[in-house]
Design a protein around this ligand. Structure first.
Ligand code: AMP
Length: 424
C-alpha cells in the first residue's frame, strides 16, 4: 500500500519517497489515519518500528491546513527522554517537511549544551518544539517560550522518560498545557507507572500495538563467541577483516575502554573511533554523522551514549563487554535489524562473564550456542555458573591497567584523511 492512500499530501509523499520509504510500516498504517482524525493515541511500539514518521507525518499534514501565525506559537510539543532522540526527531521533522509550501519552524531543545543558542532560536516563536523535559522547563521559566497554545502533545518513549526519572518534570509540563488538546503517547513497554500515566493523559485513545519483533527471530541473528577477555580486540579485528564488516557498532563498558579499543583497532588498520559521554555535544554529533556517512567502519561506544542512536539498517552490533542487564541487551542489539532489515548481533563471552550471559539468556528465554573462532579458542574452559564469582560482570574487565595508549595518537582529522585516501 503506498503512502498516498493514508491521506498524505503530494509534498509529504514526495519527501517520504526521497527518504526511501516505499510502504508504510504497520504502526504508520494504523496511526496516521487516527492522528489525522484528531484522536488521542496509545502507540505501543519500539524504536525501529517507524513510529517517528507515524506521528510526524500526520502532524505535518494537519499543520498545512492551519493558517500561519506571527509571531509563531507552539502548536505541537514533542517530549523525548534524550538529546540524541530530540535531535533525531528534529531531523525527521525537517526532512519530511522539506517540500511543504510553509514548513513549520522547529525548535529542538535539550540540556547539556549552552542555553543561549536555543533561546535565540526561539525568538519569533516556534511552531513545533521537540524537547527533553528539564531544558523545556528551564526555557519556560526564562519566558523563552509558552505552552498555552499547544494543540498536540507527543510523549515519545514514555517508558524511558519515567526510567530516567522525569516523572516530576512531566507533571510540571502537563500543568502548563491547555486542557483541550490531542495527546499521542508512545512507549515500547507498559509497566504500571507508564500505564497509569497513559490512563491519566489519554481520552478514548486509539490503541495501536505493534508486536515487538521477538529478538530470537532470525531478523536479528545472535551469535555468542567464547574468547578469553584479553584476546577480544584481536578477535574483533579478525572478524571485521575476515567478514568484511563495514559499519559496526561495538559496545564496551567504560569510556576508557571505548577510547582504548578504538585506538587499538585503528592501529591495526581499521577505521575505528570512539563515541561516549565525555565528548562534547558537537563532537558527538559530528562523529555520528561521519559514521552514518560511512567514513568510519567501527564506532566503539558505551551504553549511555548509544541510547537513542538511530542509524538505519546498521548491519552489525558487537557486545565486546556484556551489557549489565537483559533490558540493555535488547536495547543494544535493537540497534541492528531495524525497520525489518536483517542484522547480526555478536556477544563475546569469557570464563568470567559466562554466568552473567546465562542470566541474560534466561531473562530473554534464549539459549544460544557458544561458538569458537579458530585461532581464538579460549585457553580456560568455561566454568560452571555456580562456581563463578557472583559479580563477574562488565566492570571488572575494562579497568585501566589492561593496556595503554602509547606513542603519538593520530588526530581524528588524520584518521579521516587516511580513510578518505583509501576509498575508491
Ligand atoms: P523509528 O522507529 O521512528 O526510530 O524509525 C526507525 C527507522 O526506520 C528509521 O531509520 C526510519 O528512517 C526508518 N523508517 C521509518 N518508516 C519507514 C518506512 N515506511 N519504510 C522504511 N523505513 C522506514
Amino acid at each position: 500500500m503506498p503512502f498516498t492512500t493514508l491521506g498524505l499530501s503530494p509534498a509529504l509523499a514526495r519527501a517520504v519517497g526521497e527518504l526511501g520509504f516505499v510502504t508504510p510500516t504497520p504502526i504508520q498504517t494504523a496511526a496516521i489515519p487516527a492522528i489525522l482524525a484528531g484522536a488521542d493515541l496509545l502507540g505501543l511500539a519500539q524504536t525501529g518500528s517507524g513510529k517517528t514518521a507515524a506521528f510526524v507525518l500526520p502532524l505535518l499534514q494537519r499543520q498545512q491546513a492551519a493558517p500561519a501565525q506571527t509571531p509563531r506559537r507552539v502548536h505541537t510539543l514533542i517530549v523525548v527522554p534524550t538529546r540524541e532522540l530530540a535531535a533525531q526527531v528534529g531531523e525527521v521533522l525537517r526532512s519530511l517537511a522539506r517540500h511543504l509550501p510553509q514548513p513549520p519552524k522547529v525548535a529542538v531543545l535539550f540540556g547539556g549544551v549552552s542555553v543561549n543558542p536555543q533561546m535565540m532560536g526561539l525568538r519569533g516563536g516556534a511552531d513545533v518544539v521537540v524537547a527533553t523535559p528539564g531544558r523545556l522547563l528551564d526555557l519556560v521559566a526564562h519566558n523563552a517560550l509558552g505552552l498555552a497554545t499547544v494543540q498536540t502533545l507527543v510523549l515519545d518513549e514514555a517508558d524511558r522518560l519515567l526510567d530516567l526519572g522525569f516523572a516530576d518534570e512531566i507533571s510540571k509540563v502537563l500543568a502548563l498545557l491547555p486542557p483541550r488538546r490531542q495527546n499521542l503517547f508512545f512507549s515500547a513497554t507498559m509497566p504500571s507507572a507508564v500505564d497509569a500515566l497513559a490512563t491519566a493523559l489519554l481520552r478514548d485513545p486509539v490503541r495501536v500495538e505493534v508486536p515487538a519483533t521477538p529478538i530470537h527471530e532470525p531478523v536479528i541473528q545472535q551469535r555468542v563467541i567464547a574468547v578469553d577477555a584479553d584476546r577480544r580486540t584481536q578477535l574483533l579485528r579478525h572478524l571485521v577483516k575476515e567478514s568484511g564488516w563495514t559499519r559496526v557498532l561495538v559496545f564496551v563498558a567504560t569510556r576508557y575502554a571505548a577510547e582504548l579499543v578504538a585506538d587499538k583497532l585503528y592501529k591495526a588498520g581499521i577505521f575505528a573511533t570512539s563515541f561516549h559521554g565525555d565528548l562534547s555535544q558537537g563532537a558527538r554529533k559530528e562523529v555520528l554523522a561521519e559514521f552514518k556517512a560511512e567514513r568510519w567502519e567501527v564506532l566503539v561506544t558505551t551504553d549511555l551514549a548509544a541510547r537513542g542512536i538511530d542509524i538505519a539498517q546498521l548491519p552489525v552490533v558487537v557486545n565486546y563487554d556484556l551489557p549489565r542487564s537483559a533490558v540493555d541487551y535488547v536495547h543494544r542489539i535493537g540497534r541492528t535489524g531495524r525497520a525489518g532489515a536483517s542484522g547480526l548481533a555478536v556477544s563475546f563471552v569469557s570464563t568470567a562473564t559466562e554466568p552473567h550471559f546465562r542470566l541474560i539468556e534466561k531473562r530473554q528465554h534464549l539459549s544460544l550456542p557458544r561458538e569458537q573462532v579458530a585461532g581464538f579458542e579460549p585457553a580456560i574452559a568455561t566454568p560452571d555458573a555456580a562456581t563463578a564469582p557472583p559479580d563477574a560482570g562488565v566492570q571488572a574487565r575494562s579497568a585501566p591497567g589492561t593496556g595503554g595508549i602509547k606513542g603519538k595518537r593520530p588526530s581524528k582529522k588524520d584518521k579521516l584523511r587516511a580513510a578518505a585516501a583509501l576509498k575508491p
